[in-house]
Design a protein around this ligand. Structure first.
Ligand code: UTP
Length: 294
Protein backbone atom coordinates (compact mmCIF):
# COMPACT_ATOMS: atom_id res chain seq x y z
CA UNK A 1 0.00 0.00 0.00
CA UNK A 2 1.07 3.59 -0.62
CA UNK A 3 1.71 5.35 2.70
CA UNK A 4 3.15 8.74 1.67
CA UNK A 5 1.66 11.67 -0.17
CA UNK A 6 3.06 14.88 -1.63
CA UNK A 7 0.59 17.79 -1.58
CA UNK A 8 1.74 20.74 -3.71
CA UNK A 9 0.38 24.02 -2.38
CA UNK A 10 2.99 26.48 -3.65
CA UNK A 11 1.15 27.94 -6.66
CA UNK A 12 0.36 31.66 -6.90
CA UNK A 13 -3.37 31.08 -7.30
CA UNK A 14 -3.59 34.11 -9.60
CA UNK A 15 -7.04 33.13 -10.87
CA UNK A 16 -8.38 33.74 -7.36
CA UNK A 17 -6.87 37.19 -6.80
CA UNK A 18 -7.39 39.29 -4.73
CA UNK A 19 -8.50 36.55 -2.27
CA UNK A 20 -5.10 34.88 -2.66
CA UNK A 21 -2.91 37.98 -2.40
CA UNK A 22 -1.57 37.11 1.06
CA UNK A 23 -3.15 33.75 1.84
CA UNK A 24 -2.92 30.41 0.07
CA UNK A 25 -5.89 29.41 -2.08
CA UNK A 26 -5.67 26.01 -0.37
CA UNK A 27 -6.71 27.74 2.90
CA UNK A 28 -9.88 29.28 1.45
CA UNK A 29 -12.91 27.88 3.29
CA UNK A 30 -15.39 25.60 1.58
CA UNK A 31 -18.40 25.63 3.92
CA UNK A 32 -16.78 25.18 7.34
CA UNK A 33 -13.27 23.94 6.59
CA UNK A 34 -10.29 25.15 4.58
CA UNK A 35 -9.81 23.17 1.36
CA UNK A 36 -6.53 21.64 2.48
CA UNK A 37 -8.16 20.13 5.59
CA UNK A 38 -10.55 18.12 3.39
CA UNK A 39 -7.53 16.96 1.38
CA UNK A 40 -5.54 15.87 4.47
CA UNK A 41 -8.57 14.10 5.99
CA UNK A 42 -9.24 12.29 2.70
CA UNK A 43 -5.62 11.11 2.52
CA UNK A 44 -5.54 9.84 6.12
CA UNK A 45 -8.83 7.96 5.69
CA UNK A 46 -7.29 6.30 2.61
CA UNK A 47 -4.29 4.88 4.47
CA UNK A 48 -1.78 7.72 3.99
CA UNK A 49 0.51 8.11 7.02
CA UNK A 50 3.01 10.74 5.86
CA UNK A 51 2.04 13.99 4.15
CA UNK A 52 4.59 16.39 2.69
CA UNK A 53 3.29 19.84 1.73
CA UNK A 54 5.27 21.67 -0.93
CA UNK A 55 4.78 25.24 0.25
CA UNK A 56 6.08 28.66 -0.72
CA UNK A 57 5.95 32.29 0.38
CA UNK A 58 2.71 33.36 2.17
CA UNK A 59 1.83 29.74 2.92
CA UNK A 60 2.72 29.45 6.61
CA UNK A 61 -0.96 29.44 7.63
CA UNK A 62 -1.11 25.86 6.30
CA UNK A 63 1.53 24.76 8.83
CA UNK A 64 -0.26 26.67 11.60
CA UNK A 65 -3.56 25.05 10.71
CA UNK A 66 -2.28 21.49 11.26
CA UNK A 67 -0.36 22.42 14.40
CA UNK A 68 -1.99 22.12 17.81
CA UNK A 69 -2.90 25.35 19.60
CA UNK A 70 -2.72 24.74 23.38
CA UNK A 71 -3.80 28.31 24.20
CA UNK A 72 -7.00 28.04 22.13
CA UNK A 73 -7.68 24.56 23.55
CA UNK A 74 -7.29 25.91 27.11
CA UNK A 75 -9.69 28.82 26.49
CA UNK A 76 -12.32 26.51 24.98
CA UNK A 77 -11.89 23.91 27.75
CA UNK A 78 -12.27 26.56 30.48
CA UNK A 79 -15.35 27.92 28.70
CA UNK A 80 -16.75 24.36 28.51
CA UNK A 81 -17.15 24.74 24.73
CA UNK A 82 -17.10 21.02 23.93
CA UNK A 83 -18.77 21.49 20.53
CA UNK A 84 -15.99 23.88 19.47
CA UNK A 85 -13.29 21.63 20.91
CA UNK A 86 -14.70 18.87 18.70
CA UNK A 87 -14.02 21.09 15.68
CA UNK A 88 -10.31 20.96 16.58
CA UNK A 89 -10.14 17.15 16.64
CA UNK A 90 -8.52 17.18 13.20
CA UNK A 91 -5.35 18.39 14.99
CA UNK A 92 -4.96 14.75 16.04
CA UNK A 93 -5.06 13.43 12.46
CA UNK A 94 -3.10 10.18 12.38
CA UNK A 95 -0.43 11.38 9.99
CA UNK A 96 3.01 12.92 10.20
CA UNK A 97 3.26 16.27 8.44
CA UNK A 98 6.34 17.48 6.59
CA UNK A 99 6.90 20.81 4.87
CA UNK A 100 9.37 21.89 2.26
CA UNK A 101 9.50 24.96 0.05
CA UNK A 102 9.44 25.40 -3.67
CA UNK A 103 11.53 28.56 -3.81
CA UNK A 104 10.44 29.66 -7.26
CA UNK A 105 7.02 28.68 -8.63
CA UNK A 106 8.23 26.77 -11.68
CA UNK A 107 5.15 24.61 -12.21
CA UNK A 108 3.64 21.42 -10.83
CA UNK A 109 6.39 19.10 -12.11
CA UNK A 110 9.04 21.21 -10.37
CA UNK A 111 6.93 21.31 -7.16
CA UNK A 112 6.80 17.51 -7.06
CA UNK A 113 10.55 17.30 -7.60
CA UNK A 114 10.93 19.21 -4.31
CA UNK A 115 9.45 16.11 -2.59
CA UNK A 116 12.06 13.69 -3.96
CA UNK A 117 13.97 13.17 -0.71
CA UNK A 118 10.70 12.79 1.21
CA UNK A 119 9.47 10.06 -1.17
CA UNK A 120 12.79 8.18 -1.22
CA UNK A 121 12.62 4.80 -2.98
CA UNK A 122 8.93 4.10 -2.32
CA UNK A 123 5.86 4.72 -4.47
CA UNK A 124 3.95 7.80 -3.41
CA UNK A 125 0.75 9.68 -4.02
CA UNK A 126 0.32 13.25 -5.29
CA UNK A 127 -2.85 15.10 -4.23
CA UNK A 128 -3.36 18.63 -5.54
CA UNK A 129 -3.98 20.92 -2.58
CA UNK A 130 -6.74 22.81 -4.39
CA UNK A 131 -8.87 19.80 -5.35
CA UNK A 132 -11.31 17.82 -3.21
CA UNK A 133 -12.64 14.39 -4.25
CA UNK A 134 -16.29 13.74 -3.44
CA UNK A 135 -18.63 15.78 -1.28
CA UNK A 136 -16.84 16.53 2.02
CA UNK A 137 -13.81 14.66 0.68
CA UNK A 138 -15.42 11.32 1.57
CA UNK A 139 -13.76 9.49 -1.32
CA UNK A 140 -12.17 6.02 -1.23
CA UNK A 141 -10.47 6.44 -4.58
CA UNK A 142 -6.96 7.03 -3.24
CA UNK A 143 -7.07 3.63 -1.50
CA UNK A 144 -8.29 2.08 -4.78
CA UNK A 145 -5.40 3.76 -6.65
CA UNK A 146 -2.98 2.33 -4.12
CA UNK A 147 -4.51 -1.16 -4.55
CA UNK A 148 -4.37 -0.95 -8.37
CA UNK A 149 -0.77 0.28 -8.24
CA UNK A 150 0.27 -3.01 -6.63
CA UNK A 151 -2.19 -5.27 -8.49
CA UNK A 152 -1.21 -4.00 -11.96
CA UNK A 153 2.47 -3.43 -11.09
CA UNK A 154 1.97 0.07 -12.45
CA UNK A 155 4.47 2.92 -12.71
CA UNK A 156 1.76 5.54 -12.53
CA UNK A 157 -1.96 5.62 -11.76
CA UNK A 158 -3.97 8.75 -12.53
CA UNK A 159 -7.48 9.49 -11.32
CA UNK A 160 -9.63 10.64 -14.26
CA UNK A 161 -13.12 12.05 -14.58
CA UNK A 162 -15.37 12.29 -17.65
CA UNK A 163 -15.97 15.95 -18.62
CA UNK A 164 -18.34 17.48 -21.21
CA UNK A 165 -16.93 17.75 -24.73
CA UNK A 166 -16.88 21.56 -24.66
CA UNK A 167 -14.71 21.58 -21.50
CA UNK A 168 -11.87 19.29 -22.60
CA UNK A 169 -9.73 22.32 -23.51
CA UNK A 170 -9.39 23.16 -19.78
CA UNK A 171 -7.78 19.84 -18.79
CA UNK A 172 -5.10 17.22 -19.37
CA UNK A 173 -6.94 14.57 -21.40
CA UNK A 174 -5.88 10.92 -21.62
CA UNK A 175 -5.66 8.73 -24.70
CA UNK A 176 -7.08 5.48 -23.29
CA UNK A 177 -5.91 1.98 -24.25
CA UNK A 178 -7.24 -1.38 -23.14
CA UNK A 179 -8.58 -1.93 -19.62
CA UNK A 180 -11.35 -3.49 -17.60
CA UNK A 181 -13.84 -2.41 -14.96
CA UNK A 182 -12.83 0.88 -13.36
CA UNK A 183 -9.37 1.15 -14.98
CA UNK A 184 -7.86 1.62 -18.39
CA UNK A 185 -4.28 1.82 -19.75
CA UNK A 186 -3.12 5.28 -20.83
CA UNK A 187 -1.32 5.57 -24.17
CA UNK A 188 -0.65 9.30 -23.83
CA UNK A 189 -1.86 12.53 -22.23
CA UNK A 190 -2.62 15.71 -24.15
CA UNK A 191 -2.64 19.02 -22.27
CA UNK A 192 -5.69 21.22 -22.99
CA UNK A 193 -6.64 19.79 -26.42
CA UNK A 194 -9.30 21.32 -28.65
CA UNK A 195 -12.67 19.58 -28.79
CA UNK A 196 -11.80 18.08 -32.19
CA UNK A 197 -8.33 16.83 -31.33
CA UNK A 198 -9.14 15.42 -27.83
CA UNK A 199 -8.40 11.67 -27.69
CA UNK A 200 -11.20 11.13 -25.10
CA UNK A 201 -13.28 13.03 -22.56
CA UNK A 202 -11.38 11.64 -19.56
CA UNK A 203 -9.69 14.51 -17.71
CA UNK A 204 -6.88 14.20 -15.18
CA UNK A 205 -8.49 14.81 -11.78
CA UNK A 206 -5.97 15.93 -9.18
CA UNK A 207 -4.75 12.58 -7.74
CA UNK A 208 -1.77 10.57 -9.02
CA UNK A 209 0.25 7.59 -7.75
CA UNK A 210 3.84 7.33 -8.94
CA UNK A 211 6.87 5.13 -8.72
CA UNK A 212 9.97 7.27 -7.93
CA UNK A 213 11.07 6.91 -11.57
CA UNK A 214 8.84 9.95 -12.22
CA UNK A 215 11.56 12.17 -10.71
CA UNK A 216 13.99 11.19 -13.52
CA UNK A 217 11.29 11.98 -16.08
CA UNK A 218 10.58 15.40 -14.51
CA UNK A 219 14.29 16.21 -14.70
CA UNK A 220 14.18 15.52 -18.45
CA UNK A 221 11.31 17.95 -19.06
CA UNK A 222 12.23 21.32 -20.54
CA UNK A 223 10.46 24.44 -19.23
CA UNK A 224 7.47 25.62 -21.30
CA UNK A 225 7.18 29.17 -22.66
CA UNK A 226 6.08 30.41 -19.22
CA UNK A 227 9.18 28.80 -17.66
CA UNK A 228 7.13 26.03 -15.99
CA UNK A 229 8.00 22.34 -15.76
CA UNK A 230 4.76 20.52 -16.54
CA UNK A 231 3.97 17.22 -14.83
CA UNK A 232 2.00 16.20 -17.94
CA UNK A 233 5.23 16.22 -19.97
CA UNK A 234 6.90 13.89 -17.47
CA UNK A 235 3.91 11.50 -17.69
CA UNK A 236 4.15 11.64 -21.50
CA UNK A 237 7.76 10.47 -21.16
CA UNK A 238 6.60 7.52 -19.02
CA UNK A 239 4.12 6.61 -21.78
CA UNK A 240 6.79 6.94 -24.50
CA UNK A 241 9.09 4.61 -22.57
CA UNK A 242 6.33 1.98 -22.49
CA UNK A 243 5.87 2.15 -18.70
CA UNK A 244 2.58 0.95 -17.28
CA UNK A 245 0.53 4.13 -16.93
CA UNK A 246 -3.06 3.49 -15.88
CA UNK A 247 -6.18 5.62 -15.30
CA UNK A 248 -8.66 4.98 -12.50
CA UNK A 249 -12.10 6.22 -13.60
CA UNK A 250 -13.53 7.99 -10.59
CA UNK A 251 -16.97 6.72 -9.53
CA UNK A 252 -19.79 9.30 -9.89
CA UNK A 253 -19.90 10.03 -6.14
CA UNK A 254 -16.20 11.02 -6.26
CA UNK A 255 -16.71 14.12 -8.36
CA UNK A 256 -13.60 16.30 -8.41
CA UNK A 257 -14.06 19.77 -6.95
CA UNK A 258 -11.31 21.94 -8.49
CA UNK A 259 -11.12 25.18 -6.58
CA UNK A 260 -8.75 26.99 -8.94
CA UNK A 261 -11.18 29.59 -10.30
CA UNK A 262 -14.10 31.61 -8.95
CA UNK A 263 -17.02 29.87 -10.73
CA UNK A 264 -15.95 26.44 -9.46
CA UNK A 265 -15.11 27.86 -6.00
CA UNK A 266 -18.60 29.39 -5.71
CA UNK A 267 -20.24 26.18 -6.90
CA UNK A 268 -18.24 24.00 -4.51
CA UNK A 269 -18.93 26.28 -1.56
CA UNK A 270 -22.68 26.25 -2.19
CA UNK A 271 -22.81 22.48 -2.74
CA UNK A 272 -20.88 21.77 0.48
CA UNK A 273 -22.89 24.36 2.47
CA UNK A 274 -26.14 22.74 1.29
CA UNK A 275 -24.81 19.36 2.48
CA UNK A 276 -23.86 20.72 5.92
CA UNK A 277 -25.62 18.61 8.58
CA UNK A 278 -26.14 21.62 10.88
CA UNK A 279 -26.69 24.61 8.59
CA UNK A 280 -27.60 22.97 5.25
CA UNK A 281 -31.39 22.88 5.61
CA UNK A 282 -31.68 26.56 6.62
CA UNK A 283 -29.20 27.59 3.94
CA UNK A 284 -31.37 25.84 1.32
CA UNK A 285 -34.34 27.99 2.41
CA UNK A 286 -32.20 31.15 2.21
CA UNK A 287 -30.93 30.21 -1.22
CA UNK A 288 -34.44 29.53 -2.52
CA UNK A 289 -35.53 32.92 -1.18
CA UNK A 290 -32.57 34.63 -2.88
CA UNK A 291 -33.45 32.87 -6.12
CA UNK A 292 -37.00 34.14 -5.81
CA UNK A 293 -38.47 30.64 -5.54
CA UNK A 294 -40.16 31.30 -2.20
P1 UTP B 1 -2.51 25.40 -10.60
O1 UTP B 1 -2.26 24.81 -11.92
O2 UTP B 1 -3.93 25.69 -10.25
O3 UTP B 1 -1.58 26.69 -10.48
O4 UTP B 1 -1.87 24.42 -9.52
P2 UTP B 1 -1.61 27.99 -9.57
O5 UTP B 1 -0.33 28.67 -9.89
O6 UTP B 1 -1.83 27.68 -8.12
O7 UTP B 1 -2.90 28.79 -10.05
P3 UTP B 1 -3.10 30.02 -11.06
O8 UTP B 1 -3.06 29.42 -12.43
O9 UTP B 1 -2.00 31.02 -10.80
O10 UTP B 1 -4.45 30.54 -10.71
C1 UTP B 1 -2.37 23.17 -9.11
C2 UTP B 1 -1.73 22.82 -7.77
O11 UTP B 1 -0.31 22.79 -7.88
C3 UTP B 1 0.31 23.72 -6.99
C4 UTP B 1 -0.78 24.71 -6.62
O12 UTP B 1 -0.56 25.27 -5.33
C5 UTP B 1 -2.07 23.88 -6.69
O13 UTP B 1 -2.36 23.23 -5.47
N1 UTP B 1 1.50 24.34 -7.65
C6 UTP B 1 1.39 24.91 -8.89
C7 UTP B 1 2.71 24.36 -6.99
O14 UTP B 1 2.83 23.86 -5.85
N2 UTP B 1 3.79 24.97 -7.59
C8 UTP B 1 3.72 25.54 -8.82
O15 UTP B 1 4.73 26.09 -9.31
C9 UTP B 1 2.47 25.52 -9.49
Amino acid sequence: MIRSAIVPVAGHGTRLLPATKSQPKEMLPVARKPIVQYVAEELVSNGIENICFITGRSKTSIEDHFDSDPELTRVLTEGKKQDLLDELKFEELAAKFYYTRQRVQRGLGDAILCGENFAGESPFLVALGDSILGINGLSRSVARMSELFVELRATCIIAVEEVPEDEVHHYGIIDPGEGEGDWTRIRNIVEKPSKDSAPSRYAVAGRYAFSPIIFDMIRRVLPDKRGEIQLTNAIQLLCEEGKRVVALKLPPQDKRYDIGNFPSYFETFVEFALADPLYGADFRVTLERLLGRK
